[in-house]
Design a protein. Structure first.
Length: 119
C-alpha cells in the first residue's frame, strides 16, 4: 500500500520552530519530487516548498523564503520541512505530496498534520 505519512506538527509560539517529516511506505521516495502544501481554514491549498528527487533543487513560496528549509534523506525514505521564525499566518494543515517533478501534478497525498502558531 502506497502511503505518505506526515508528522511533527503541533502548537508553537510565534517565533518558534517545528520540523515536519514526510515518510513514505510502499514505494521508493527517491524516485519522486516531494512537495509541501498547506491549507488554512477558509483558504485554498497552497504550495509551500518542493524538492526534486535527488535533493539538488528546491523552491519556496515567497511567504516562507528564508524561514523554511526543505531537505530529504533518501536512505530513510523521508523528506523534512524545517520551519523557523513561525508566524500566526503559518497556521494550517500541512500536507506532503509526491510528484514526478516539482512543476508536475500531484500523484500521492499524505493525510496532513496540523501546525498552529499562537501565543
Amino acid at each position: 500500500q502506497l502511503q505518505l505519512v506526515e508528522s511533527g506538527g503541533g502548537l508553537v509560539q510565534p517565533g518558534g520552530s517545528l520540523r515536519l517529516s514526510c515518510a513514505a511506505s510502499g514505494f521508493t521516495l527517491a524516485l519522486y519530487a516531494i512537495g509541501w502544501f498547506r491549507q488554512a481554514p477558509g483558504k485554498e491549498r497552497e504550495g509551500v516548498s518542493c524538492i526534486n528527487n535527488s535533493g539538488g533543487s528546491t523552491n519556496y513560496a515567497d511567504s516562507v523564503k528564508g524561514r523554511f528549509t526543505i531537505s530529504r534523506d533518501n536512505a530513510k525514505n523521508t523528506v523534512y520541512l524545517q520551519m523557523n521564525s513561525l508566524k500566526p499566518e503559518d497556521t494550517a494543515v500541512y500536507y506532503c505530496a509526491a510528484l514526478h517533478y516539482c512543476s508536475d501534478y500531484v500523484l500521492y497525498w499524505g493525510q496532513g498534520t496540523q501546525v498552529t502558531v499562537s501565543s
